[in-house]
Every structure is written in structure tokens, then in C-alpha cells.
Design a protein around this ligand. Structure first.
Ligand code: PLP
Length: 443
């Protein structure tokens, strides 16, 4: 914590990002001879080879971020890190994590299919989500899913019925809504009474008792996921305390569990957020988790998404048009809300840095926008930058909820994705072609 150095400040209402300071704070990104490099690969070279807009992910960063969890929780037995696929579901990302031993958290059968295609282990996969259908449940049981994180009492009956028809037993955990304030943006807060997610804390015991009467369910766990981009550990501690109350009550009723799942949600540094580190997160939780392990033999599941993928990725984009006006200056780039929705959807403030540093160039306040026909189509507002047509910019922190939220809105072709590793690079998804735009359509 003491090493935290802010990388931005407001100058006359415009955001000035000290690119060097920001990049220094992000592992696997460097300026070498003033050119941005990802895992030692030049952003300019990547543009020359693959074009823009372009997503670039550092495999080293992904794996380091995964291993940070494994090592921070190594004092505990039976820890399963289940990477949340929705953060970045490219097969190469899933494959790298699967090879490292990761499990997965999925929210659809589409994500399950990706996990299996990438060589992931269905038995190390947990299935979250509020709207599972009988067909979804059957597909997951056929694949050998590790656990359903059940979000409604009616889902228990449905899973039981589907499992009965297949003559199987389904492993389940109940996702509890612990009613704690995650202190994050309301759209990414999921653990309060008003949210659609999970089973209310007050109804949890009755739901477990009901589950215990259903012959085709095996109760294995208790789960929560309280939100995303949490910077403090206290909400996680509060949530765990709520779960421990339930675990104790359940034990008294003779309902024993095998694991507790604390979901995902630990935040990252986009610019000047100062989130708890994985180590601090673990240190805050470990005493209670070790106690649970000693008393009940409980293992741990975690479901980090953003924390593993966000700062492993950048979105490279080129400046197409400059439009200075009397009120505002617009830098129109070739990425937009179609490729990167977070600023439009959550008013996220993401760093935009030049691929080529020139600290002496004069700066102006620019709104960095795409060319989609929406006023919410911006990547960053009021940024002090020095830009010229043809310049290459990088949006950092774009490895999570970037490509996975991309759409074809305005009939834009979704970008290519590239993986870097130790100075090498390879394409892991081709840029969409025009034909891809109407695949499956007919006149
Ligand atoms: C989105 C999600 C996650 C991952 O959240 P991050 O903030 O990306 O870590 C984990 N579990 C569930 C159930 C989710 O919906």
C-alpha cells in the first residue's frame, strides 16, 4: 500500500494521466525507447501486423494473476480458483488458465462449451446465474459440472427433476445474498437486498432444508458473489461472516458442506484506484477460513474474473479524425463502444495512453470517442493528450469486460485478439470479416 503513487491529476477539469507512472504500475507493460510494449512486444509492431482496433493480452500477466491467488491462499487445503469466464472468454485465455490448473465460473451453457473446447475441466467448473433452464441444467449435468450455484428455491426443484430424469445426483451450493454493501458502482453491486442475485440470507436455512429432502441433489457448498471492482476487503469479510452464521446453523441441523465459495469481485487499478492486493484480501479472510477448515473441513472456491484479466490486456486504437470545436475537441478513434462498452455502460474511467511517448509535445483536452451513432460512445472524456491523426493509443485495463462485451452495433466488425508471451505474439481471434456480419441471416 505504501508504494502507491497516483498517476493522474485534474488540470482545469481535464484528466492528465502521467503515462510513464501509470505504465510503471502495471506489470508486463513498459515503455522501451518511449514505445509501449506488452510482454516485450511493441504496440506499433502489433498494429503493423494485425491492424486496429486490436485487443492484446499478456499471457504472462494472466498466469501471474492466477498464481497470485494460488499462492496467497496456499495456507489452506482444497482451494479451487474458478476464473469467471465472462470477463474474457477467448479460448486461448481459457486454455492458458486451464493448463495452469484453474477451474471456471460460468453463467451460461455457451461459456461451458467454451471451457470444454479450451480443454478446461467441467468438474472444476461452477455454474452460476439466475435463469437456468431445464435444458441448461441437463447440458451441464451431461458435461459433469462441478457444482451448480443455485440462485432460487425453484431452481433446486428444477435441478432435482432434471437430475432424476438422468438418474444422476447434482452437486449444489446455494448462492446467498448476504445483504452487504460492496461500495462499488450500483450496476456492478450484486449482494444487496435489492439485487436480483442469490437467495436472501433470511431464507437460506429453509432453502437448504428443502434441498436436503430432494433425493437427486448433493449439497456441497455455500456461495456468494457481492459485486465487482471492490477495492476494500471489509465487504468480503462481512459477507464471509454472514456465511459463517449460516454454516454454523446448518451444521447444527446436520447439513454439512464441503466448500465455501466467496465469488469474485476484487478490484483492479485502472488509473488511481488503490484496491487491496490479492495478498491483503487473503490475509483478511484466511483466519476465518482456516477456522472453518479446522471445524468442518471446508475447502474454498474463488471466482475472480476482472482481477485476473483486466490488467493483462490493452485495446490498441488509431486516431482517425481530429475535430476541434469551439467547446470541445474530439479525437475520433477506430475503437468505440461497440468494441469497449465499459465507459458507456458504467461510466468507467479507463486510462488512455499514447503508444509513443513524447513528453515535450503540447497537450490539449480531448474527448476520445468512437464513430458509433450514440452520444454515450466515448472511451474517455476531457483527456489531456497530444494527438495527431494516425497516432496509436492504448486503453489499459481492457483485458476484462472488453472483447467479451463487444457487439456488432452499427455493423462494426469485432476486432482481432492477440496473445503475447515472453516477447512473442500470436493471433487468437481473427478480425471479423464483412461476411461474418450477416452469418445466419437470409433475405
Ligand atoms: C461476474 C461474476 C464473477 C467475476 O466477477 P469479477 O468482478 O470479474 O471478479 C464471479 N462470480 C459471479 C457469479 C459473477 O457473476
Amino acid at each position: 500500500m505504501t508504494s502507491f503513487k497516483p498517476a493522474s491529476r485534474l488540470i482545469d477539469g481535464a484528466l492528465h494521466i502521467n503515462s510513464t507512472a501509470l505504465i510503471d504500475a502495471l506489470p508486463h507493460l513498459t515503455y522501451q525507447d518511449d514505445v509501449l510494449h506488452i510482454d516485450g512486444v511493441s504496440a506499433q509492431e502489433l498494429r503493423a501486423q494485425y491492424g486496429t482496433p486490436l485487443y492484446v493480452y499478456s499471457q504472462n500477466a494472466l498466469l501471474d494473476n492466477y498464481h497470485a491467488y494460488v499462492s496467497a491462499f496456499s495456507a489452506l487445503k482444497d482451494v479451487q480458483v474458478c476464473y469467471a469466464v465472462k470477463a474474457n472468454s477467448n479460448l486461448a485465455v481459457l486454455s492458458a488458465l486451464a493448463k495452469a490448473g484453474s477451474g471456471f465460473d460460468i453463467v451460461s451453457v455457451g461459456e461451458l462449451a467454451r471451457v470444454i473446447k479450451a480443454g478446461g475441466d467441467a468438474t472444476k467448473t461452477v455454474y452460476s446465474g439466475v435463469g437456468k433452464t431445464a435444458q441448461d441444467i441437463k447440458t451441464a449435468l451431461d458435461a459433469g459440472i462441478g457444482c451448480f450455484n443455485v440462485e432460487a428455491v425453484s431452481e433446486l426443484d428444477l435441478i432435482n427433476d432434471v437430475a432424476a430424469a438422468l438418474n444422476k445426483k447434482a452437486r449444489i451450493a446455494l448462492r446467498i445474498n448476504p445483504d452487504v454493501d460492496a461500495k462499488t458502482h450500483p450496476y456492478i453491486s450484486t449482494g444487496m437486498k435489492d439485487n436480483k442475485f442469490g437467495i436472501a440470507h433470511d431464507e437460506a436455512i429453509a432453502a437448504y432444508q428443502h434441498a436436503s429432502t430432494l433425493a437427486h441433489l448433493e449439497i456441497v457448498g455455500i456461495d456468494c458473489h457481492i459485486g465487482s471492482q471492490l477495492t476494500e476487503v471489509q465487504p468480503f469479510v462481512d459477507a464471509l461472516n454472514k456465511l459463517i452464521e449460516l454454516i454454523d446453523t446448518l451444521a447444527n441441523l446436520g447439513i454439512t458442506l464441503k466448500h465455501v465459495d466467496l465469488g469474485g469481485g476484487l478490484g483492479v487499478r485502472y488509473i488511481d484506484e488503490n484496491p487491496a492486493s490479492v495478498r491483503e484480501f487473503a490475509d483478511a479472510l484466511l483466519p476465518k477460513l482456516q477456522d472453518l477448515q479446522a471445524r468442518y473441513g471446508l475447502g474454498l472456491h474463488l471466482e475472480p474474473g476482472r482481477n485476473i484479466a483486466a490488467n493483462a490486456g490493452v485495446l490498441l486504437t488509431s486516431v482517425d479524425v481530429l475535430k476541434p470545436t469551439a467547446h470541445k475537441n474530439f479525437a475520433i478513434v477506430d475503437a468505440s463502444m461497440s468494441e469497449l462498452l465499459r465507459p458507456a455502460l458504467y461510466e468507467s474511467v479507463m486510462a488512455i495512453v499514447p503508444a509513443k511517448l513524447d513528453n515535450n509535445a503540447p497537450t490539449k483536452a480531448w474527448d476520445v470517442v468512437g464513430s458509433v451513432c450514440e452520444s454515450s460512445d466515448f472511451l474517455g472524456k476531457e483527456r489531456l493528450l497530444s494527438v495527431a491523426v494516425g497516432d496509436l493509443l492504448a486503453v489499459t485495463g481492457a483485458g476484462a469486460y472488453g472483447f467479451s462485451m463487444a457487439s456488432n452495433y452499427n455493423s462494426r466488425q469485432r476486432p482481432a485478439e492477440v496473445m503475447t508471451a515472453n516477447g512473442t505474439h500470436r493471433q487468437i481471434r481473427a478480425r471479423e470479416t464483412l461476411e461474418d456480419l450477416w452469418r445466419g441471416e437470409s433475405v
